[in-house]
Design a protein around this ligand. Structure first.
Ligand code: ATP
Ligand code: MG
Length: 440
């Protein structure tokens, strides 16, 4: 992408309305724009990051055996009347009437709809286990939308729903998502800690919130420090191994970790002073097993091996991609801007032409740009007439992992400079060597 032809509306000043660093940086870099309270557009730079986050979530859901579908944002109130949640949900639910005056709503979550899809076509235990997910916009009319897309009213959620014949099977499905979540957050460059959670209005008894520690987090959390060293399950994890997954779950739940709602002062105090951590955290994911809470009122049954009808055991598993993007920034930035983990960076590298119009600089930059693109890299090419200082500041601000700087003097010697955004380390390489390094 040539910067001169791109749409990346950088703000020079810090926006006054932004209270936390991620919100400030997302506005300054032109990643998002607020359209009305708690409702955002994702501009091209932000969209690139969001798409990469979604791609990682999708890969790990698929690896764990979940199957993607797509459900609508607008739902009929009837389904929610069946489960009893139409009345219970309160003001967070945006209720709408269509032209026939039928009550509709903008979905805050999809348990009812997925249960309806399930009951309409699954009749036998032989079709189980089943886990269906989508990545779709949700709407919750939050009392206090704030911090940009961290807590917005319209937001993206990956929500998966598992269906099993028995509680034991459902716990295995739960563990699959537990492991998928550990892998997902790790690939996003985050250390997320699963914490015992309250089951809230959805109900049930097996529930964990995945929390990123951050000073700006909205939750108060308490945990053992040893989480920092726990191993992340590898890509070749056997998701069909009941014992294998259970042992990962057991390990990751073997030490204390709870949000304030579930906090047990005595258990926490029992941890040695040097090993305990009380901090603030951001909830980026939430999984729960809730048994027959929906299958019962909605009549989602399958025929079991005994020939009898059984209510299915369900769980649901959410991740907030539009919250994860600011959470990643909270975890990875410095005074000059964002420092993207390579896995979600909007571009892999930015080629900075220090003197556009200079034939040698132009030729060198074109060559780098083409070579990197041909190697499948996402490259931003700063071919603008901005001053050098502005170009460097922009490259630092948007946090692309590698900057390739092509100035007239270096280029005359057949060289370019590489700068690592995270460490600030610089090295001068021949153009050839730079291409080799960046395409390796
Ligand atoms: P919170 O406690 O932060 O209000 P929640 O417990 O209501 O969230 P869930 O119903 O568990 O949220 O939704 C699953 C995931 O969706 C959350 O873990 C979070 O990542 C994301 N999410 C929920 N609400 C919002 C929101 N208002 N803005 C952005 N992401 C959200
Ligand atoms: Mg939650």
């Amino acid at each position: 992408m040539r910067l001169s032809r791109y749409f990346m509306p950088i703000l020079k000043e810090n926006p006054k309305e932004a209270e936390i660093v991620s919100h400030r940086l997302m506005l300054r870099t032109g990643m998002i724009r607020q359209q009305s309270q708690g409702i955002y557009s994702w501009l091209p730079l932000g969209k690139r990051v969001l798409d990469k986050v979604n791609a990682i979530i999708r890969e790990e859901q698929n690896r764990a055996g979940a199957i993607e579908l797509s459900m609508p944002t607008l739902q009929s109130a009837e389904l929610w009347q069946e489960s009893g949640r139409y009345e219970d949900y309160g003001k967070e639910m945006l209720r709408i009437r269509d032209r026939q005056d039928r009550p509709m709503l903008y979905g805050p979550t999809n348990e009812e709809m997925i249960t309806d899809i399930f009951r309409s076509s699954v009749k036998s235990y032989k079709s189980l286990p089943l886990n269906l997910y989508h990545i779709q916009l949700k709407f919750r009319d939050e009392i206090r939308p704030r911090f940009g897309t961290m807590r917005s009213r319209e937001f993206l959620m990956k929500d998966a729903y598992s269906f099993d014949l028995t509680q034991a099977d459902a716990i295995h499905s739960y563990n699959k998502m537990f492991v998928a979540y550990l892998r997902t957050f790790d690939r996003l460059g985050l250390r997320a800690i699963p914490m015992r959670a309250d089951t809230g209005p959805i109900g049930g008894n097996h529930s964990h919130e995945f929390i990123i520690l951050a000073d700006t987090g909205e939750s108060e959390v308490y945990c053992h420090k040893s989480f920092v060293d726990f191993d992340i399950p590898s890509a070749d994890t056997d998701f069909d191994s009941v014992d294998g997954l259970q042992s990962v779950f057991d390990k990751w739940t073997s030490v204390y970790a709870a949000t304030s709602e579930m906090h047990d002062e005595a258990a926490f105090d029992a941890i040695g002073e040097n090993d305990r951590l009380s901090a603030r955290g951001i909830e980026v994911g939430h999984i729960f097993y809730f048994g027959t809470k929906y299958s019962e009122p909605m009549g989602a049954k399958v025929q079991g091996p005994d020939g009898k009808e059984h209510l299915v055991h369900m769980g649901s598993y959410g991740i907030g991609p539009t919250r994860l993007v600011p959470a990643i920034i909270e975890a990875s930035h410095d005074e000059n801007g964002i420092i993207w983990p390579a896995s979600v960076a909007p571009f892999d590298a930015v080629v900075i032409n220090m003197k556009p119009g200079d034939e040698a600089c132009d030729t060198t930059c074109d060559r780098l740009y083409v070579a990197l693109q041909n190697a499948g890299k996402d490259v931003l090419y700063d071919d603008t007439d901005d001053r050098a200082g502005t170009k460097f500041a922009t490259a630092d601000l948007i946090g692309v992992p590698v900057q390739v700087i092509a100035g007239p003097r270096a280029v005359a010697a057949g060289e370019v400079e590489l700068k690592d955004r995270k460490t600030g380390a610089r090295e001068t390489l021949t153009i050839e060597a730079a291409i080799n390094k960046l395409t390796a």
